[in-house]
Design a protein around this ligand. Structure first.
Ligand code: KG4
Ligand code: ZN
Length: 339
């Protein structure tokens, strides 16, 4: 009989459910929350309310799309953290209720480990080459910017981390000051294609080791805008593409330079990327070109598995199921969960 894992993801502002059968993805349903766009960032209270509205229809659709019924589910994997507590509570409570009602085990998944393992997500019937351990993952999202040494599925070590803002936050905060709405990354990515990345020089941080910093860049971007707008109130509108191209180029250069340093330090030349910013076209292109030049093996997940999704949670849950690693019913969400 197949092992069918239902995955639940609700750590931030996407409600998602997925079904993985014997390791292969059958369905992945995501309800994104448009409500935050007007605020330039995720409003936690609104996020948890929207999760409550979305979770039952999203799970229902995921099971139906998989061609299964609730009776076919072998275990429920859920995101325990890190994330917004109010959002996590909705997913964790739902997972517990589902497991209890069906008499099946619960599996906790660390959201960040889910992102790292997103490269292993494959659809049923899809032939896919998987990265070999050990590898390095550049995990870049709205909340995290890390370089992780991945020795095995759940044996990971963070070797580089941001000391202030995350890369996604840099995209989002700069987009907000340009009036581009939330999330800013995809909009900046689109405009950057049309602009000149040498038009502006923004401050690049000088942080030792493998750590990152993005707050100085944000300030440098803000000061540039302030100075330019003092003489021309429409400056952003008329220079948007160049601003986006230069900003994006700076963020991506910072990421690639640190990754290069990490490869040199660890001797590990197999690289994967994950997290929302891994959807960025310039990061994907630059990484592919750099890999060719330097002889790295890179694995870039499909865009739909880079931003928050339950496929990566169900996939990680499947590996835990095989190891017999189950959670007990008294498990609680942990907004600052570490691994
Ligand atoms: O992984 P994710 O969906 O949620 C978190 O766990 O944070 O990442 C969301 C982040 C946001 O900051 C968003 O602006 C960024 O990913 N993002 C992008 C792109 N698509 C999403 N950043 C740059 N370029 C993109 N194409
Ligand atoms: Zn995420």
């Amino acid at each position: 009989m197949e092992v069918n894992i239902l995955g639940i993801e609700s750590s931030c502002d996407d409600t998602s459910a997925a079904v993985v059968s014997d390791g292969a993805l059958l369905s992945n349903v995501i309800a994104s929350q448009a409500v935050h766009s007007a605020y330039g960032g995720v409003v936690p209270e609104l996020a948890s309310r929207a999760h409550q509205q979305n979770i039952i229809p999203v799970v229902d659709q995921a099971i139906k799309k998989a061609g299964l019924t609730t009776n076919d589910i072998s275990a429920v994997a859920f995101t325990r953290g890190p994330g917004l507590l109010g959002s996590l509570i909705v997913g964790v409570s739902f997972a517990k209720g589902f497991a209890l009602a069906s008499g099946i085990p619960l599996i906790e998944v660390n959201h960040l480990q889910g992102h790292v393992l997103s490269e292993f997500v494959h659809e049923k019937g899809q032939e896919k080459e998987m990265p070999q351990f050990p590898f390095l993952t550049l995990l870049v999202s709205g909340g995290h910017t890390q370089i992780i040494k991945v020795k095995d599925y759940f044996d990971m070590e963070i070797i580089g981390n941001t000391i202030d803002d995350a890369a996604g936050e840099a995209f989002d905060k700069c987009a907000k000051v340009m009036g581009l709405g939330y999330p800013g990354g995809p909009v900046i990515d689109k405009h950057a294609h049309l602009g000149n990345h040498d038009a502006y020089k923004f401050a690049k941080p000088n942080i030792p080791g493998l750590n990152f910093s993005f707050s100085g860049l944000k300030t440098s971007f803000l000061y540039t805008l302030r100075d330019k707008m003092a003489g021309d109130a429409n400056y952003i509108d008329t220079h948007l593409d160049d601003l986006c191209a230069s900003l994006q180029y700076t963020i991506i250069s910072i990421l690639i330079e640190k990754l290069d340093k990490a490869v040199k330090q660890t001797g590990i030349r197999t690289i994967t990327i994950g997290g929302g910013v891994a959807a960025n076209s310039e990061l994907r292109d630059t990484l592919t070109q750099t890999a060719k030049k330097k002889g790295w093996r890179v694995f870039i997940p499909e865009r739909k598995y880079t931003t928050d999704n339950a496929a990566m949670i169900a996939g990680a849950g499947y590996y835990k199921y095989l190891r017999g690693e189950f959670a007990t019913m008294d498990i609680a969400p942990d907004a600052r969960l570490k691994f």
